[in-house]
Each structure stands twice: as C-alpha cells, then as structure tokens.
Design a protein around this ligand. Structure first.
Ligand SMILES: *[C@@H]1O[C@H](CO)[C@@H](O)[C@H](O)[C@H]1NC(C)=O
Ligand SMILES: *[C@@H]1O[C@H](CO)[C@@H](O)[C@H](O)[C@H]1NC(C)=O
Ligand SMILES: *[C@@H]1O[C@H](CO)[C@@H](O)[C@H](O)[C@H]1NC(C)=O
Ligand SMILES: *[C@@H]1O[C@H](CO)[C@@H](O)[C@H](O)[C@H]1NC(C)=O
Length: 349
C-alpha cells in the first residue's frame, strides 16, 4: 500500500512537471529548420502554406526580377527559388520581420547590402543563396544569434571575401563550387561548425592547423579540389581526421609513406589553435537535462513532504494510544478529566 502510494506520487509529480517541461523544451528547440528541396510543381503565383506550424510561402520559378513587397508580412519561411532577383538591398526584406528561413536559391544575385537581413536578425536560422553570382557576402550576418545554416555554394566568392575575423555560431556552411577559393576560411571563428562543404574549389593545401580552427567539425567535403600534399602533409591530415573523428570526402586519402614520427607531424601550435576554438564552443542550452533535474528535485521534495505527513499522522495515532493507556492506569478525578479530554478528540471512539 505504501509502495503504491509512493509510485503514484512520483508518477503524478512527473506528469505534472516533467512532461509539460519536456513539451515546452521541444517547442523551444528552434523548430529544427534544415535546408531542403521543394517540390517543383508548376505554379503561376506564390503559394502559401504551413509547415511545422510556421507560415511558408513558395515562389518557385516565376520570373520575378524584384521581390514582391505584396507578400504577407507574417511569413516565416520563404522559398524564392529560381527567379531573377539581382540584389538584396536593405529594404528588400525589411518588413518581413518574422522570417527564420530564407532561400533565394538559383537567382542572379550579385549584391547584398550590409543590412539586407537586419530586420530578421533575431530570428533568422537559415540563409540559402545557393547558385547566384555573389562576390561579397555581408560578414556581420554570420554573427546573428540564431543563425545555424548558410549556403553560399555555387557563387563567386574569393578568399578575400571570406577573410574577416568574425565569431559565428553556425553549424553548417556550404561554400562549394565558388571556384576561386584556394584555402579554408580560417580567419572566421566558427567553433560550432559541424559541416563544411568546400568541394569544387581551387584548394591546393590543407594542414592540421587549418582543420584545428574548426574544432567541432564532423564532415568536411573537400572533393574535387586540386589538392597537392606531400607524403607527410597527407599523413598528418590523415592522423588529425582519424583522431578527431572527422569524415573527409574524398573518403580514401592515399598517402605515400612518411618517415617523420607521427608525434612530430602535428605541431604544438595546432593544439593551441584547437584548444582556443574548443574554449569558444557554446553548448546549446540543454532543456532536457534541465527538465529532468527540475522534476527530480520536485519528486524528492514531494517524497520528503509525503514522509513528513506520514510521520505526523502516525505520531497522532501514538498519542491517542498513550492517552488510552493513561486512562486505564489512572483513576478518580484525573480519569474523568482525561476521559473528557479524550472524548472531545474526534479520532476517539
Ligand atoms: C544598410 O543598412 C546598414 C545598417 O544596417 C547601413 O550601414 C548601410 O549603410 C545601409 N546601406 C544602404 C545602401 O542604405
Ligand atoms: C586577410 O586580411 C588581412 C588583413 O585583415 C591581410 O593581412 C591578409 O593578407 C589577408 N589575406 C588574404 C588571403 O587576403
Ligand atoms: C557539397 O557541394 C557539392 C556541390 O555543391 C555537392 O554536390 C555535394 O553533394 C555537397 N556535399 C555534401 C556532403 O553535401
Ligand atoms: C610541444 O609540447 C611538448 C609537451 O608539452 C614539449 O615537450 C615540446 O618541447 C613542445 N615542442 C615545441 C616545439 O614547443
């Protein structure tokens, strides 16, 4: 019976606190926006819809050469794929302040103003500008707090256009097929970056020190670059990706035999770079742990209160027993007094 009570209390408390907290945590986990292809069905005008309870508009292949300011202002997800827009100015998206996902894939954009995404600064998570003609991207945008994914693949970026020291929290960066990039963008601090696509560029060398700048990286696509590494440079890269659990594309990096001891292949400076990056890694606030700990504390408190309550009621029972014994063992005026006292007690028969 006691055990049953205990289980019911624990379950009840978890249902009351843990579950709502977890549900809230899930809804706060940023909607989980990712880059995705859309169904290119034939449409003559922009189509509104809802996805993950967010307002979405798809303007696919409609020959727009200017962004239509007549779209609903509360859109959150924008697919403006395959149109003819040539620039994003400060005013292009200014009134669409709720946007968290912006795709201008496959347009003719050459110019983006510094403040082009300024009014989305607080919400923006994904910016997809794949297949345009961008030579310069406003680097301040990388510092927007919720931004996780940027695609600038298939544009006209140069090493110089990415040569800025900024701190960005993005997780996924595509700068593939810019053709002019000759190195990894190591001046940008991106401690949380997991996916980096630099395929189809002109990268000749990469070193462990380059990779150490990206201390959270899981996948590096450096396919189809004119990489030229000597035996030891190649072995060093291999050593680094193996010890840091990085998937490299192309998968089978074949290195000639390097005679330098593998301990000497990676310099102390490389580790310094790596550690500096690791120090900047921010862990996204873990709501699940928070919920479990909170409901754990509440459960413990509930159990303690439950036992205090139990103890109190047993004490009350004991008192009555003692009183009864007293009644039996005494006589005269005292007995009567006690009896009166006891009789006035509601628990007594
Ligand atoms: C766009 O806005 C930024 C600030 O957000 C400002 O620095 C810049 O001068 C503006 N550009 C134009 C062309 O108005
Ligand atoms: C990057 O910028 C710095 C100055 O900010 C300059 O010294 C350096 O040469 C630049 N590197 C490239 C590859 O453009
Ligand atoms: C990297 O980009 C290239 C070209 O844009 C693409 O073909 C490739 O699938 C991308 N790699 C990954 C791992 O997504
Ligand atoms: C690198 O660090 C190791 C151990 O911390 C030390 O023994 C070695 O002398 C260092 N090498 C250089 C070149 O500083």
């Amino acid at each position: 019976m006691k055990v049953m009570m205990f289980i019911i209390v624990v379950l009840g408390v978890f249902l009351l606190t843990g579950v709502p907290c977890l549900v809230m945590a899930k809804s706060m986990a940023g909607g989980g926006l990712v880059l995705s292809d859309i169904d290119p069905t034939a449409q003559k005008k922009c189509q509104y819809g809802k996805i993950h309870s967010k307002y979405r508009v798809i303007c696919y292949d409609l020959n727009y050469d200017e962004f239509p300011q007549t779209l609903r202002k509360d859109i959150e997800i924008l697919y403006f794929t395959r149109n003819r827009v040539t620039e994003l100015t400060n005013s292009t998206l200014e009134k669409f302040t709720d946007l968290s996902y912006i795709s201008f894939q496959d347009n003719f954009i050459t110019k983006i103003d510094t403040g082009a995404f300024e009014s989305q600064k607080k919400n923006i998570q994904v910016i997809d500008l794949y297949r345009n003609a961008i030579t310069k991207f406003p680097m301040n945008v990388f510092e927007y707090p919720e931004l996780t994914t940027v695609s600038l693949g298939r544009n006209k970026l140069t090493d110089e256009s990415l040569n800025h020291s900024i701190l960005s929290r993005i997780v996924d960066l595509d700068i593939s097929q810019n053709e002019l990039l000759t190195k990894l963008p190591t001046t940008m601090s991106m401690p949380n970056l997991k996916y980096l696509n630099v395929s189809l560029n002109k990268i000749i060398k990469i070193t462990p020190a380059d990779l150490a700048h990206f201390c959270s990286i899981k996948l590096l696509d450096i396919d189809r670059n004119p990489l030229s590494l000597n035996a030891c440079e190649c072995t060093a890269i291999k050593e680094w990706i193996n010890t840091h659990d990085i998937t490299l594309i192309p998968k089978n990096l074949k290195c000639d035999k390097c005679t330098t001891s593998s301990k000497l292949l990676i310099s102390n400076e490389t580790y310094t770079i790596y550690n500096k990056c690791k120090d900047m890694t921010s862990r996204p606030y873990d709501w699940t742990t928070f919920c479990l700990i909170t409901s754990g504390i509440v459960i413990i408190l509930a159990v303690i209160l439950f036992y205090i309550y139990k103890k109190k009621s047993t004490k009350k029972g004991n008192n009555t027993k003692i009183n009864k014994e007293l009644v039996l063992s005494t006589n005269g005026a005292t007995t009567e007094l006690l009896n009166n006292g006891i009789k006035s007690h509601p628990d007594d028969p």
